[in-house]
Ligand binder design. Structure first.
Ligand SMILES: [Zn+2]
Length: 370
């Protein structure tokens, strides 16, 4: 069974078949069979366009023509200068640096630049150029890159060669420092499909990205996508990303204590079983539980939903009654805990013209309504 390299969904029928397609680096010395039919799939779920065949045997190596064109060189120099100025990154690594064409430019812009490459010959070429290169390939999420963590990375036209692209991206993520930035470039499939340019399909490229599928993959790998542009005569999609960090949860504990204290202070002012709570929604149920309330402290809980009435609140076991019961068996005070419905309920209680105190509680704030 063939599975999508992004979402894992089953790939069934190819959307296009290109016969007798040669590898980009499959040059031969004699007339031996060196090509096969190329089946292109589009995932019915995430819509990533991809090949499901085995990768070419040199898929771990980056092979670029040794002399980058003048136009490309100028573009890279400008791009790298802007990147380092914008994000103020220090130590950087190029994932898949090949013979160091871009790493040379990168090192000129930022001296603390390194490269990662699997091809031994390419590594030697880099070393001859005095570039700092490590041998390696990212085939496990926990693959370690020497000298990690890095403040930034670039990966130019390499992601589309990976049989396990998410694994590679997660491995990069794990070798970065907090708030690291990166540039990832891939061939632009949006242009291929617009021009029906079937010549872009090649066994070397296992993945064909649109802006949407690239953003989806980068997001799933843990990156925040800052922007994706189409560059170099629309041939390349260029993504700028930031390593996403977890939200901070330290404030939650302080908020638990603050909420408990406010309910405790309110109960000091109102005798036991003379406070009722309006609302048996999730916020109210949790607050009652966190504050350690029970049917000895709270008279009852009012809720308009008939299916909750005549039952007990979960965890705190306080009887739930109807608004009608409330009007006939008044407490000395009522506390409304109903999230976004608070003001509507407070208005409704005020219309009853009752001689009781009304409080509300929302987003950690206890309010005296009357
Ligand atoms: Zn998919």
């Amino acid at each position: 069974m063939k599975n999508c390299k992004l979402c894992g969904n089953t790939l069934t029928k190819p959307v296009f078949v290109l016969p007798n397609t040669p590898n980009a680096q499959g040059f031969v010395a004699q007339r031996i069979r060196s090509a096969g039919n190329l089946e292109i799939f589009e995932c019915p779920c995430c819509h990533l366009v991809q090949l499901a065949c085995k990768p070419v045997n040199y898929y771990k190596e980056v092979i670029r023509s040794t002399n980058v064109s003048k136009e490309m060189r100028t573009l890279r120099l400008k791009q790298f200068k802007q990147f380092f100025k914008k994000y103020k990154c220090k130590k950087t690594i190029e994932i898949g640096c090949g013979t160091g064409d871009y790493l040379e430019i990168l090192t000129k812009v930022n001296n603390d630049s390194f490269g990662l490459e699997a091809g031994k010959k390419s590594i030697n070429v880099c070393k001859d150029k005095d570039l700092k290169v490590f041998e390696g390939y990212l085939d496990k999420e926990n693959s370690k890159i020497q000298k990690a963590p890095y403040d930034s990375f670039i990966m130019m036209n390499f992601l589309e060669h990976f049989p396990h692209p998410l694994t590679a991206l997660k491995a990069i993520y794990n070798n970065l420092s907090v708030n690291a930035y990166g540039i990832i470039e891939v061939p632009n499939f949006e242009e291929t499909i617009k021009e029906s340019n079937f010549l872009d399909f090649v066994p070397d490229h296992l993945l064909y990205f649109t802006k949407d599928t690239l953003a989806l993959m980068l997001g799933l790998a843990g990156f925040e996508v800052i922007k994706i542009d189409s560059v170099f005569h629309e041939y390349i999609l260029q993504a700028e990303v930031k390593k996403r960090s977890n939200h901070s949860y330290t404030a939650f504990n302080a908020e638990v204590l603050k909420n408990k204290k406010q309910i405790k202070d309110l109960l000091k002012k109102i005798p036991n079983r003379e406070l009722a709570i309006w609302g048996a929604g999730h916020q109210s149920l949790t607050l009652m539980s966190v504050a350690g309330l029970d049917d000895k402290k709270i008279k009852y809980v009012i809720d308009s939903a008939p299916f909750k009435q005549n039952k007990l609140t979960p965890a705190t076991f306080i009887p739930i009654v109807s608004p009608l019961y409330f009007k006939q068996n008044l407490p000395k005070a009522v506390l409304v805990i109903a999230g976004g419905y608070n003001s509507e309920i407070v208005q409704q209680i005020k219309k009853y013209n009752l001689k009781i105190k009304v409080f509300s509680f929302d987003k950690g704030i206890l309010k005296n309504e009357k």
